[in-house]
Write a protein that binds this ligand. Sequence first.
Ligand code: PLP
Length: 376
Amino acid sequence: MPLFNVYPLYDVTPVKAKGVYVYDENKTEYLDLYGGHAVISIGHAHPKYVEAISHQVKKLGFYSNAIQNPLQQKLADKLEALSSCKDYELFLCNSGAEANENALKLASFKTGKKRIIAFKNGFHGRTSAAVAATDNKNIIAPINAQQEVTIIDLNDIDSVKAELEKGDVCAVILEFIQGVGGLDEATKDFYEQVDVLCKANNTYLIADEVQSGYGRSGKFFAFQHYNVTPEIISIAKGMGNGFPIGAILIHPSIEAKFGMLGTTFGGNHLACAAGLSVLDVIEEQNLIDNVNEMSCYFIKIAKTIPQIKNIKGRGLMLGLEFDFEVGDLRKKLIYNYNIFTGGAMNKKLLRILPPLTVRRDHINQFFEALVDALDN
Ligand SMILES: Cc1ncc(COP(=O)(O)O)c(C=O)c1O
């Protein structure tokens, strides 16, 4: 049976990975500055992570959400402590799209409204409401188009105000740093006014932290760079370091009701063990400090390279903008220099999303290769 051909693939077959490196079947070593699309947070095959998952799967990998699973509470407590999101409640699921779908659904249940406000170039996943809130017509099927979504330009506060005041908007969903779109951010003033307007209009602010969360932006969550209080925070990618897990953090003002949300696999024992070990390592290795240190180091070097026209993003969610499309440069970096990087909707942007454990020598290795690739 052939695979349904939806992914354009690079001709690389990884069979092993360790830390910031990935190895193919010929034992070629690749520097991973893509992190499997911002997923690898604590590094590939971290020993604590491998141990936690192996130990758990030998005991109990899965049982349904019909029984007590103390690992879920342990994960919730650890997440509350590290994220400083005091008193939020946790609902566990399996992916970023599912997290956003649940976030939007919860906003609609609770406000009794159904229109969504989302932003130009935003990406929220491929399930029904999440994809309808994504600004990419190519991935919205007719069945998704029934959702009522208004897409507004970042920083256009007048339009946000006018739409919210119509009274039918259940949620404003936004990425505080856009990922797939190309690392655009609105102003501090815009984000903070959106928060105020949401509160004034009985609309939930959903912070999509699927990509920017778990320390990647230099704070635990990207919204924490601002004075805002999202009603719902959605998370996934870095949460499991590759193990499929997602979640929403729900403000204490929102009351749960039996049956309102649910999932078969979400919050299973194995996923919780993976998620707990990720948080333990983030804490023990002070990875958020490393993000900030390595980000400064990376940006300092990037500023010395004349072909780089703009440096975007924060922490280890960075983009280098050129005055040409970077598709060929990415290929050159993979095939000639064995370095993975990311692309974006903005075709001139090279995205850098390494494991949060990246060190100076890895960054030096990247820039030596980049300068050489740009010169040849
Ligand atoms: C900001 C953001 N939200 C949601 C998603 C969807 O996550 P998933 O692919 O796990 O469904 C992504 C994936 O790239 C993302 O970057």
